[in-house]
Design a protein around this ligand. Sequence first.
Ligand SMILES: Cc1cc2nc3c(=O)[nH]c(=O)nc-3n(C[C@H](O)[C@H](O)[C@H](O)COP(=O)(O)OP(=O)(O)OC[C@H]3O[C@@H](n4cnc5c(N)ncnc54)[C@H](O)[C@@H]3O)c2cc1C
Length: 289
Amino acid sequence: MPVGQKLLNLREYSRPALQGGDLQDALALLARSDIHTVPLAGGDTLVGSGDRSVEAVVDLQGLNLDRLELMADPSGLRIGALATRSALVDWPRFLSQPDGASIGQEELVRFLAQAARCWGGNVQRNRATAGGAVVVAANNDALVAALLVSGALLTLHSAGGYRQMTLAEFLPGRAVLLAEPVLITEIVVPFREGHFALETVARTPSDVPIVLAAAHVSGATAHLALGGVADEPFFVVLDESVEDASAIAERIAAELDPRGDFRGSAEYRRAMARVLAERVLTNARQGVR
Ligand SMILES: Cc1cc2nc3c(=O)[nH]c(=O)nc-3n(C[C@H](O)[C@H](O)[C@H](O)COP(=O)(O)OP(=O)(O)OC[C@H]3O[C@@H](n4cnc5c(N)ncnc54)[C@H](O)[C@@H]3O)c2cc1C
């Protein structure tokens, strides 16, 4: 993210919730053609982007979009788009209630908490939201990779109503989809049999991942996401047994064409992708965390 840049052409800030407004009011503000208006979540990326085309922002705070919920039937998780990374990191601490999470939900919550933690310090995590993370979809964001392998569904609201789509469907066309205008209101993570695993390499434990791998394995189906190996998050569904995780990881790594930078050369990234892919496929198959 560029440091020290501001939204120099910003001339309007609105927070519909302060005037008793709702989601439709936010969408109406975004739909105006005479002033270029964009949604503001935590502002972590937007404010530092220095985007001179932005003339107005609509602050989504207060619209009741920050809840974290365990779903009962169907089982799964509901993550409000304005839920912060910190809230996701802290979620496991609130699971030991008498009528708390199922074992599967607990594993999923811990997996997402681990992923949300893989970035920045508390200040950034208190600001940055789940919805912002999927819009930005940084290629080395472990939260995006974890949501991809979990089969996360996004709920998108527009003036005409709402629809759901998987994160994997959303990512490639998100610029066009969001232009409607559309607001992401929540992320639903359906319960899936099987296990999850996440591995990263970084210069220090609190630094951004250089390369990462996330997996979900259930029987003869596996979902694998890799980060730090392409401009966009890499995601693949494997309809095969992952008993020979080494061969699968080698095959996938051979197809990657990562770009090197000061954090890691292309060769290093490809080599790490192979190692981490094998590790997460093996761990998820065996239920090792
Ligand atoms: C490992 C890692 C690497 C990262 N690398 C980068 C990077 O290279 N570049 C970078 O910019 N950020 C990067 N980030 C930042 C990260 O993606 C932030 O977590 C994310 O931007 C969330 O910020 P925010 O909630 O403050 O969103 P904001 O900064 O408020 O918004 C970000 C964008 O999303 C839109 N938006 C936000 N919420 C919604 C919603 N509910 N519906 C529709 N649109 C919405 C905004 O209009 C804006 O365009 C990285 C994060 C990680 C974990």
